[in-house]
Design a protein around this ligand. Structure first.
Ligand code: AMP
Length: 395
């Protein structure tokens, strides 16, 4: 694994795959610059060496060259974050780009146009990757958010650079090391809290975690498939009936491995899926007909807190309830607070996934959590124990 610190970029050009897929408002202003801030250390290192950084990214899901998805909109925000002027190329490959690259001087930064203006990017087209590769001496991948994709700029391009000329960006390195730290060499007890809407989207994660953790906490919508598999009445709660048998098999594996499983023991139930629903707290098995569970209850929150406070390593992905409605956000926020408290006491905590990250940010816990992952799908695939194409290509 070659890292940026092992390379001196003086007078060299580095093509850096970043994840600048940031949200924009209707005035095309960046509304959350987290991903740009996350890429800054790698860019700073290349420039500080006296090298040239050529940045490439995708933005949104354009169908061809759609002006609203141009990366030119984000230039002012990138300049603000980096604290210096950058140049912009209105294409990502071709003669004009090559000419612009030739004119660059040590310390310059050039941002290429949205890679997904070419359908070849997502197809992993070899010629497109080659056209990008010839722009630079080194390839650096710092886009953890797309590391699970075998796209031209995230994986295929790496074949055009030998081992000495391709490297992990600082963000990618940090992401991989923090997941290794939590799962590979995590201090015990290790606790994973998995939430979210559906079991089907996290089966691989749960199965892999059974082999790694001491405590597995399952919350959110997916808990109801497990609760039903155990014979509980769940009313109108969200459930995947076609996954009941699978849930039974997973429960059996959890038992066989001696992992402690924590499922909700009480719930906040509602008479409709709405923030102005009537609600009450009931024990498992007591959900009235036509009511649905939309959050975990106070006993469950207490139980989860106790497990988290006893843990030395904590991994959290996915909300405990329909946190988008204030009435059902308490469970998710309580888990965030518990993890924050345990982290202050010395536990190593890794939080990832849009909803869980939003919760810790809202609670002002960002500084307390040991590592907040920038990846959604990529993090889930790492937790599944899969080899990510973007990472494999650098090895
Ligand atoms: P995911 O994308 O799989 O992590 O799922 C996130 C979504 O799960 C959020 O939009 C939550 O509103 C939803 N969710 C969590 N708990 C429940 C629940 N008890 N019933 C329905 N949806 C839920």
């Amino acid at each position: 694994m070659k890292t940026l610190d092992q390379i001196n970029f003086k007078n060299k050009k580095a093509l850096v795959r970043v994840d600048f897929n940031v949200p924009l408002n209707d005035k095309f202003e960046v509304t959350d610059n987290t991903r740009i801030v996350a890429a800054k250390p790698s860019i700073d290192k290349i420039v500080a060496d006296g090298g040239i950084a050529i940045l490439m990214s995708h933005l949104g899901r354009p169908k061809g060259k759609e002006a609203k998805f141009s990366l030119k909109h984000i230039v002012p925000e990138v300049e603000k974050v980096l604290g210096r002027k950058i140049k912009f190329a209105s294409d990502s490959i071709g003669q004009d780009v090559e000419k612009a690259v030739e004119a660059l001087k040590p310390g310059d930064i050039l941002l290429l146009e949205n890679l997904r203006f070419y359908p070849e990017e997502k197809k992993g087209d070899v010629d497109f990757a080659k056209s990008l590769a010839k722009l630079a001496d080194y390839y650096v991948n710092d886009a953890f958010g797309t590391a699970h994709r075998a796209h031209a700029s995230t994986a295929v391009i790496a074949d055009f650079f030998d081992k000495e000329h391709k490297a992990f960006g600082k963000l990618l390195e940090k992401e991989v090391k923090s997941i290794q730290k939590a799962l590979g060499e995590g201090n015990r007890p290790i606790t994973a809290i998995i939430g979210g809407a559906k079991v089907s989207s996290k089966i691989g994660v749960i199965e892999n975690l059974i082999d790694k953790v001491d405590n597995l906490i399952i919350v959110g919508g997916m808990a109801y498939t497990f609760l039903k598999a155990l014979g509980n009445k769940i009313g109108d709660s969200i459930v995947e009936d076609d996954k009941i048998d699978l849930a039974k098999k997973i429960l059996e594996k959890i038992r066989a491995k001696g992992v402690r499983l924590i499922l909700p023991v009480d719930l906040v139930v509602a008479d409709k899926f709405s923030n102005d629903a009537n609600t009450k707290v009931v024990s498992i098995g007591q959900i009235p007909d036509h009511w649905q569970g939309l959050d975990i209850g106070p006993e469950t929150i207490k139980m989860i807190d106790a497990v988290i406070q006893d843990s030395k390593t904590i991994i959290w992905n996915g909300p405990a309830g329909v946190f988008e409605f204030e009435k059902f956000a308490h469970g998710t926020e309580s888990i965030g607070l518990s993890i924050g408290k345990a982290s202050v006491k010395g536990a190593y905590s890794l939080v990832g996934g849009g909803d869980s990250v939003a919760a810790v940010k809202k609670l002002g816990l960002t500084d307390k959590i040991s590592y907040i992952s920038t990846g959604g799908g990529a993090l889930l695939e790492m937790l599944e124990g899969k080899d990510l194409p973007g990472i494999k290509a650098l090895m």
